[in-house]
Design a protein around this ligand. Structure first.
Ligand code: VGL
Ligand code: ZN
Length: 200
C-alpha cells in the first residue's frame, strides 16, 4: 500500500479513446490491465471522464467548414478541434469495460460546458474554471499524485502540469499512458519536465 497522502488519478480511460472509438489513441486499451493492478496499491483513486454535450464547441462538426485536428481561436485562446467524442450517456463516453471501477471513490466529469473544453482534471481550457478536484484532494490531505491514462499528450499532460502548479508532487507513469500524436507528445514531455513532473 502507498502512503495515505498519495492518490492515483486515472485520466479518461473511455471507449472513444480506445481502438474502435471516435478519437482512438493507438494502444489505448493496452494500459487497462496495468492500471487495474496499480489501483490495488492506492487508498485514494480518482477517475476522470470526458463528458461532452452533443454539439460541443471542441467538435469540428460544430464549426462549418472545419475539419478535425485543426485549431480555432476560442474566446479563451487556441482550441484544437476533434471528431465528435465522449458524448454524455453514449457508449463512447463509457469507461473501458475492463477498467475496474469499484476501487475508485471519485469520478470527475469534465468538458460538459458547451462553450469550453476541459483537458485538465483541475481547470477547464479557459484556465480559470475549476473542476473542484483540488479541493477534494486537499481535504483528504493528498500531496503526491500518480497520473496515468489517456491521452498522454493532452489530458494527462494538462492534468499533470496543473497539479504541479498547484503544489502537488506529481509522477506520470508513462508506461500506463498512450498519446494521440508524436509532435504533441514531444511538446507535452518537455512541458511536463519543465513543470517538475516526474516521468517514470
Ligand atoms: C482528450 C482530446 C479531447 C483526452 C479529451 O482525454 O486527452 N483529448 N478530449
Ligand atoms: Zn474531449
Amino acid at each position: 500500500m502507498t502512503a495515505s497522502d498519495e492518490a492515483l488519478i486515472v485520466i479518461d480511460v473511455q471507449n472513444d479513446f480506445c481502438p474502435g472509438g471516435a478519437l482512438a489513441v493507438g494502444g489505448g486499451d493496452e494500459i487497462v490491465p496495468g492500471i487495474n493492478a496499480l489501483m490495488a496499491e492506492f487508498d485514494t483513486i480518482v477517475l476522470t471522464q470526458d463528458w461532452h454535450p452533443a454539439g460541443h464547441s471542441s467538435f469540428a462538426s460544430s464549426h462549418e467548414g472545419r475539419g478535425p485536428f485543426t485549431q480555432i481561436d476560442m474566446p479563451y485562446g487556441p482550441q484544437m478541434l476533434w471528431p465528435d467524442h465522449c458524448i454524455q450517456g453514449t457508449d463512447g463516453a463509457a469507461f473501458h469495460p475492463k477498467l475496474d471501477l469499484s476501487p475508485a471513490q471519485m469520478i470527475v466529469r469534465k468538458g460538459f460546458r458547451a462553450g469550453v473544453d476541459s483537458y485538465s482534471a483541475f481547470f477547464e481550457n479557459d484556465r480559470t474554471t475549476t473542476t473542484g478536484l483540488v479541493g477534494y484532494l486537499r481535504a483528504r490531505s493528498v500531496q503526491r499524485l500518480t497520473v496515468v491514462g489517456l491521452a498522454l499528450d493532452y489530458c494527462v499532460n494538462f492534468s499533470a502540469v496543473d497539479a504541479a502548479g498547484l503544489g502537488f508532487d506529481v509522477t506520470v507513469d508513462y508506461t500506463l499512458c498512450r498519446a494521440i500524436a508524436e509532435d504533441s507528445l514531444k511538446e507535452a514531455v518537455a512541458g511536463m519536465q519543465a513543470a517538475g513532473v516526474v516521468l517514470a
